[in-house]
Design a protein around this ligand. Structure first.
Ligand code: ADP
Length: 490
């Protein structure tokens, strides 16, 4: 049950609300208690003023040694309230007069039979009152105790202490009522808020539940389906859009993979078919001359080589895609590597009477994967020779331009139609499929330029077709002079 976000949200919400309400109730109770106490104290103070005024007036009317006692009895009779106890003590702590005696019915008694004036807490309060001009305090007794007030006054040249006790019972009852109200209001508020919170959480999370079940139904077969976006601007809308764009990218990647597989199998099917056909023809004829067998074996060999070439290229690209092609950089001179490659391609160029020319370059030290760069240069040279007519010219240059070495291979071939130029780096793309396969000795599968571009990019450089028209084409590779560490793992 706690695995549900809705339940967890509701529990958290209710817990926080409970805490807030309890703190609020405690604060309210405290404020209420304090103001009740203050009101009681003000009341006691005013009562003492009135009592002393009456006492003063009565003393003047009396004579004899008990004049204060008699005046006190009159004042007590005048000011007696149900919940109040009055008492006057002389400086020695002897009680002069008290309302507990007049009349006896007004005497407040505690549950144990102890009167407030005879309790020990009253004695303590009385002792303290002699040390202070005015004193408020608490005295036990009655149902909920008394609020006590003591003040000094003089009469006939002597100092006395007037003590007034006020029962705290009505105030305590009121405070208990407040507490009882909180005791039922808080649980009901929490219950209502919890139920409301649960439904609110359920309503807010309903789109998430809908999205997750929708997402659960999306698989390879229906990758084109998208999540419904209810409100583009809110968080859930944002989530749905992010998920949809993830599906877009996945879909594109699936599509690329599918096309790659289809193209790869298509490319592999042709040499395999030739191999099978040639072998079947050779086997079907009973008697064949050694020349005929040699010729068949030559075809088989050529197609097997072509197959090997395609499989190797595919393997390279697959590893490159997975980021698992380990580069092995080392220090060497780029101009020397280019010179070696030009030298190797010379035989191919000679066969087509193509003038292959490398314009001598200055020393170009570089730290790179030599065998990969060799592969890229040979690919470009191979293409330049392959797509240039007999008697043409291929020129290779290598120079430094700022932070890069620029390696350019220019041919005088027929060029690439402008509308197809953006696609020539795509995998398996060939301008003229029939011609490229027929003309190549190893057979072009349209992977050479994709691999070459990947090699340049793996070295943090780039490969571009910088010019192509009816007079020929120029491919340029830009390779950074300074190697970067990350180039070692592509
Ligand atoms: P391929 O193995 O077919 O040569 P590439 O990926 O190397 O594959 O080249 C892709 C296509 O680009 C080629 O089939 C060809 O049509 C075109 N191409 C590449 N280089 C040149 C060039 N120097 N001149 C004209 N066309 C070229």
């Amino acid at each position: 049950m706690l695995d549900s976000v809705r339940v967890r949200l509701t529990l958290w919400y209710s817990a926080v609300l409970t805490l807030v309400l309890i703190v609020l109730a405690l604060i309210t109770y405290f404020i209420f208690w304090r103001s009740t106490l203050q009101r009681t104290d003000v009341n006691l103070s005013e009562l003492s003023e009135a009592f002393l005024t009456t006492l003063d007036a009565e003393v003047k009317d009396q004579s004899g040694p008990d004049s204060l006692k008699l005046a006190g009895q009159v004042a007590i009779t005048e000011h007696r309230f149900r919940d109040h106890v009055f008492a006057i003590f002389d400086a020695a702590g002897n009680m002069v007069v008290s309302s507990q005696d007049v009349p006896p019915a007004a005497t407040a008694t505690s549950a144990s039979g102890e009167t407030p004036l005879s309790s020990r807490s009253f004695r303590r309060f009385l002792d303290a009152s002699f040390r202070s001009e005015r004193l408020f305090g608490k005295v036990r007794g009655g149902e909920d105790g008394y609020r006590a007030f003591a003040r000094h006054f003089s009469s006939g040249g002597k100092t006395y202490v007037l003590v007034i006790l006020q029962s705290f019972h009505p105030q305590q009852e009121m405070l208990e009522e407040v507490a009882a109200t909180f005791a039922w209001v808080i649980p009901i508020a929490i219950l209502l808020a919890g139920v409301g919170g649960y439904f609110l959480a359920r309503k807010s999370l309903a789109p998430v539940v809908a999205m997750s079940s929708q997402a659960g139904r999306i698989g390879a077969a229906n990758l084109h389906e998208r999540l419904a976006v209810q409100n583009e601007r809110d968080e859930l809308g944002h989530l749905a859009r992010s998920f949809n764009s993830l599906l877009d990218r996945l879909g594109q990647s699936f599509e690329r993979q599918r096309r790659f597989m289809a193209d790869a199998s298509h490319e592999l099917r042709t040499p395999v078919a030739i191999l099978r056909g040639e072998a079947e023809v050779a086997l079907s004829q009973q008697a064949r001359s050694p020349e005929e067998y040699r010729e068949s074996l030559g075809v088989l060999h050529q197609e097997a080589e072509r197959l090997t070439h395609i499989v190797e290229d595919l393997f390279t690209l697959t590893r490159a895609d997975a980021g698992q092609y380990p580069l092995q950089p080392r220090e060497f001179y780029l101009d020397e590597l280019v010179s070696e490659c030009v030298h190797s391609a010379r035989t191919l160029a000679l066969a087509k009477k193509i003038c292959l020319n490398f314009e001598e370059a200055s020393e170009s030290p570089i730290s790179a994967d030599e065998s990969l760069l060799r592969r890229m240069i040979l690919n470009l040279l191979d293409n330049a020779i392959k797509y240039t007519l007999d008697g043409g010219r291929v020129t290779v240059t290598c120079h430094r331009e700022g932070e890069n070495y620029v390696l350019s291979i220019t041919d005088t071939g027929a060029g690439i139609p402008t509308e197809l130029q953006p696609r020539i780096f795509e995998r398996f793309f060939r301008v003229d499929k029939a011609r490229s396969r027929a003309e190549s000795d190893g057979g072009g599968a349209g992977l050479g330029l994709s691999i070459s571009r990947w090699i340049a990019e793996a070295h943090h450089g780039r490969l571009e077709l910088t010019r192509s028209d009816s007079t020929g084409s120029t491919f340029s590779a830009y390779l950074p002079v300074e190697s970067r560490d990350s180039a070692s793992a592509c």
